[in-house]
Ligand binder design. Sequence first.
Ligand SMILES: [Zn+2]
Length: 308
Amino acid sequence: MERLIAPGIWQIDTELGGWTELNAVFLVEGRRPCLIETGPQRDSARVLAALARRGVGAGDLAYVVLTHIHLDHGGGVGEVADQFPQAQVVCHPKGLRHLADPTRLVAAASMVYGERMDSLYGRMAPVAADRLLGAEDMGALDLGDRRLTLVHSPGHAKHHIAVLDDATGVLLVGDAVGVKVPGGGPLRPAMPPDDFDRDLAINSLHKFAALTPSQLVLTHFGPAGEPQQVLSEAEATMRAWCLVAETAFLEEPSVDHIERALLARVYEPAEDPSRQPVVDTLNGFTSNAAGMHGWLLRDRQQLLQNGQ
Ligand SMILES: [Zn+2]
């Protein structure tokens, strides 16, 4: 279902995996409305039904913006683009070729998701190249009576962008600030493979703080509380987790060892036990351990190269 979270901004629950309050897409109303995120391919019928309920006709939608091209955010892009033939599909320039031909993206995702790929997410259908638009950092999208600013925010992924609604000051942050689902415990950083980078991620949090948003909205899931406080908490938690990972990596540079260290040192259970599998499925410790392992390996390679 959908819920109005700010003037003209609807949060649509994609009900990923049959779970509510886990994964969202956002409709920004205007003379030329914009959809931010499409959700996974498996949930596209639900998203399209919600857009129909909001009165968005086939010729109305002007833009579809993906904060990044992970399947929970953009897997349904082909289905949505088909339904709204006037819409331009916007993502960071590094993501465009994968939207035109998702073959490699889907193959890489199936390595990460394994058997959950088809049951939870589905795959991704291509979008015609002439409908794709690369997001410029701090570039704007004109919705007629309001404007969205696109904010390059690498860290979670190199090609991550956030979207600032100039009319309300709401900043839709994708996964750059982390994951916090109702009942699922405190804010967790989201640091998946392949290209998580701590310093870039923390720079992105600082960039968000400088924009003084009125509200931060997480794709997983929803409005996140007092923005500057949430950003400080996100930075502190990310630094703490990365320190645990770095210490473990120096003892034994394996994903398993990092995961065990995280579970021993930073794990906090969900307040509501039924929400534990929900948050663990979407943003589990294995994925975070693997993301930080990759970052630490690249960091070490960099140090070795610089030393030569
Ligand atoms: Zn995500």
